[in-house]
Design a protein around this ligand. Structure first.
Ligand code: DLL
Length: 416
C-alpha cells in the first residue's frame, strides 16, 4: 500500500510542477512507476528552507479553490511556516487524530478537555477534528484562562486531557491550589514541545492519569503523525499508512533502526501541500512493530532533541532534554526550569541552569545537581536554585525551557 501511495504521490508532484517536480526530474524520475520503497533514499528531499523560500503559499500542489484551511507555526528562529490543507487532508488529519485518541483509551463516551491553543497552531483544531471523528465530546478550552479550565475540569469531569506537557503541570498545580481533585482523568495526550520520562512521572503523579506522548508538525499535518498508545511501551506508533518515516544522518544518508537520526517524513496521501522526504530537524530512533502485537505500525522513540538545539559545550554534545532528565530525576526539583547557553564569550561557552526547589532546604541542591550533570552528561554547569515562581510559566503556547544568551540582559534574572 505504501508503495502504491508513494507512486501516486510522485505522479501528483510531477503533475503539479514546481520545486519538488523539478528535483524529481533532476534525479531521473519522470513517473511514479520509476520509484520504489526500497530505493527511497535516491529521491530528493525538501527542508524548512524550501518552505520559507516559497512563503506564503508553501509548496502548494492543489488549486487555490481546493484549499479549505491554512495552519502553521510562528517558527522560532525563522519565518512562519504556512501549510494549506484540502478537505481530503483535513479528513486524513481527523482519522489519524481519532486513532491517536483511541489508542489513549478515548471512546464515544469520552469527554476530551482540549487545552491546546486553537488558531493557526495545529494543536487545538487537530485534537478537535479527531475527537469529533471518534464521536467523543470535545470541550474546546484552548490555552489560558486557567481558572475557567479548572472549573470545567470539575464540572464536566473529562476522562481525557489534551495539552502541552508544561500546561498539564500548570493545570495540575492550579487544581491542587484550588482544592480540586483530578479524579475523572484517565489519560492525557501531551506534545508539541520536548518532555522527558522524568517529566511524565511528575505529570502522572500530579494528575493521576496515564501521560502519553503525541508528536506531529504543521508541515506534515499537525498532531497525529505519531502517538503513544496505552499498550505501546513508551514508543510512538507512526501513522505510516499516511506518513512514511525514515531516519537519516547529517548528510542525509539512512541510519538503521535503533540509531538516533533526523526524522524524515513523506506525506503519502496528502494533496494540499504533499511533501516528499521532508527533513524535520527532529531527532529520534525508529523501531519495527513488536512481533505478534496487535499494532503493526513502525514506531519511533520519544524525541531526543532537534538537530538545531544540540548544545556543543567544550566538545561535549548534549540535548536540553538530557539535562531535563537529570534535573527532574531529583525529587527536590520542581518541573519549572530553564537551561541557558551562555555564549557572551564565544571562547568560553557556559551552560547555566535555573531550577526551583520543592523543599525548603536547598543548600545542597546546587552542588548535588552540578555533580549529577557532570557525572551523567560529562558537562560542567552553573546551577542556580531560584525562589519559587522565578522561572516563567507558560499558560499559552509552547514552553521555553532553553535560551541562548549572546549579550545584554540575562534571559532570566538571577541566572548570571
Ligand atoms: O507542535 C503539532 C503538535 C500539536 C504536536 C499538538 C503535538 C501536539 P508545530 O507547531 O509545527 O506543530 O511544531 C512542530 O514541535 O518539529 C517538534 O520539534 C516539536 N514537537 C512536536 N511534538 C513533540 C513531542 C506541533 N511530542 C515541532 N515531543 C516538531 C517533542 C515535539 N517535540
Amino acid at each position: 500500500m505504501q508503495q502504491r501511495r508513494l507512486r501516486r504521490l510522485v505522479d501528483r508532484l510531477l503533475a503539479a510542477g514546481g520545486l519538488q517536480a523539478a528535483r524529481l526530474v533532476d534525479s531521473g524520475v519522470t513517473s511514479g512507476a520509476d520509484v520504489s520503497l526500497d530505493a527511497l533514499d535516491r529521491l530528493p528531499m525538501v527542508t524548512k528552507r524550501d518552505l520559507w523560500a516559497h512563503y506564503p503559499h508553501g509548496l502548494r500542489a492543489a488549486r487555490a479553490e481546493d484549499i479549505v484551511c491554512v495552519h502553521g507555526s510562528s517558527g522560532t528562529g525563522g519565518r512562519p511556516t504556512l501549510v494549506p490543507y484540502t478537505a481530503q487532508d483535513v479528513d486524513i488529519w481527523a482519522e489519524v487524530m481519532a486513532r491517536a485518541l483511541g489508542g489513549a483509551g478515548a471512546t464515544r463516551q469520552s469527554v476530551i478537555h482540549n487545552a491546546y491553543g486553537y488558531g493557526l497552531f495545529t494543536g487545538g483544531l487537530g485534537v478537535h477534528h479527531g475527537g469529533m471523528r471518534l464521536g467523543a465530546t470535545v470541550v474546546p478550552l484552548s490555552g489560558g484562562m486557567t481558572e475557567r479550565q479548572v472549573r470545567m475540569l470539575q464540572d464536566l469531569r473529562p476522562d481525557i486531557l489534551a495539552c502541552t506537557p508544561s500546561y498539564a503541570i500548570f493545570l495540575g498545580e492550579a487544581m491542587r491550589s484550588a482544592g480540586v481533585r483530578p479524579d475523572s482523568l484517565r489519560a492525557g495526550v501531551f506534545g508539541a514541545e520536548p518532555w522527558t520520562n522524568e517529566m511524565r512521572a511528575q505529570i502522572e503523579n500530579l494528575l493521576g492519569l496515564r501521560a502519553l506522548d503525541i508528536y506531529g508538525l504543521s508541515e506534515i499535518i499537525g498532531p497525529g503523525v505519531a502517538c503513544e498508545s496505552l499498550d505501546s511501551d513508551g514508543m510512538l506508533n507512526v501513522a505510516e499508512d499516511h506518513f512514511l518515516v525514515e531516519t537519516v544522518d547529517r548528510n542525509g544518508h539512512p541510519v538503521p533502526d535503533g540509531t538516533p537520526g533526523e526524522l524524515v517524513f513523506t506525506t503519502l496521501t496528502k494533496t494540499g501541500m504533499p511533501l516528499l522526504r521532508y527533513r524535520t530537524g527532529d531527532v529520534a530512533t525508529l523501531a519495527g512493530p513488536v512481533p505478534g502485537a496487535p499494532r503493526t505500525l513502525r514506531r519511533m522513540s520519544k524525541l531526543l532533541g532537534r538537530t538545531d538545539d544540540m548544545l556543543v559545550v567544550r566538545g561535549v554534545n548534549v540535548f536540553p532534554t538530557e539535562i531535563e532528565a537529570v534535573l527532574l530525576a531529583d525529587e527536590r526539583v520542581s518541573p519549572h526550569y530553564l537551561v541557558v547557553e551562555d555564549r557572551r564569550d564565544d571562547a568560553r561557552p557556559t551552560l547555566r541552569v535555573a531550577v526551583e526547589s520543592l523543599v525548603a532546604e536547598s543548600e545542597t541542591l546546587e552542588g548535588d545537581l552540578t555533580t549529577a550533570l557532570r557525572e551523567r552528561l560529562g558537562i560542567g554547569c552553573e546551577v542556580r536554585v531560584l525562589p519559587q515562581g522565578s522561572v516563567p510559566r507558560t499558560e499559552v503556547g509552547k514552553a521555553r525551557r532553553f535560551a541562548r544568551w549572546t549579550g545584554g540582559e540575562p534571559p532570566l534574572a538571577g541566572i548570571g
